[in-house]
Write a protein that binds this ligand. Sequence first.
Ligand SMILES: *[C@@H]1O[C@H](CO)[C@@H](O)[C@H](O)[C@H]1NC(C)=O
Ligand SMILES: *[C@@H]1O[C@H](CO)[C@@H](O)[C@H](O)[C@H]1NC(C)=O
Length: 167
Amino acid sequence: MMKFLASLALVAATALASPLSPRQSTEFKLKTTGSAKPEFNNLYLYSYHTGAGLSDGVLDSNATAAPKFSLNGTTAYADLGTDYPWGMTVAGDTNYAAWEPVTINAGGGETGFAISNGNFVWSTDEGFAGWLVCPWYHNAPQLFGLISYYDPVIPSSCSKVTLKPVY
Ligand SMILES: *[C@@H]1O[C@H](CO)[C@@H](O)[C@H](O)[C@H]1NC(C)=O
Ligand SMILES: *[C@@H]1O[C@H](CO)[C@@H](O)[C@H](O)[C@H]1NC(C)=O
């Protein structure tokens, strides 16, 4: 019964949320869970500045300063305190790779993001096969999107994760 009520409430919330403009829509932080490596769980998605208007998605345990994200349709934006949005991209390059870095860049962003069954995901139609975390060149765990067209040979230092919105 509780479960039924909970899903009803979720439907009601979704129905209410859709007509709102992006500024008014619900914002959330993104937190990792479900990793086989405990050190990759309970991390928040940050944008790591890599150039003017460019950043990579890195992860940190400190929830306080983690940016809030929102969905405008199926485009995901980070609120970095500027008057322009920062759009999230998984497969910015078609370089035939089995995983691609998540970027958060000024303006743009690609479509296909959603919250599905309580998880933040990208479009399987676009080739999304899940999130991957690897210790990478910013000296921090970095977020990648696995691409379904390829069989990944995942390095032992990396791990698949789930991303949950935290409201
Ligand atoms: C977390 O981030 C906040 C805001 O940047 C900072 O004030 C705080 O010291 C950080 N906490 C830790 C444990 O680093
Ligand atoms: C949200 O999407 C609509 C329709 O594509 C667009 O007109 C609007 O500018 C977008 N808002 C932001 C904040 O990007």
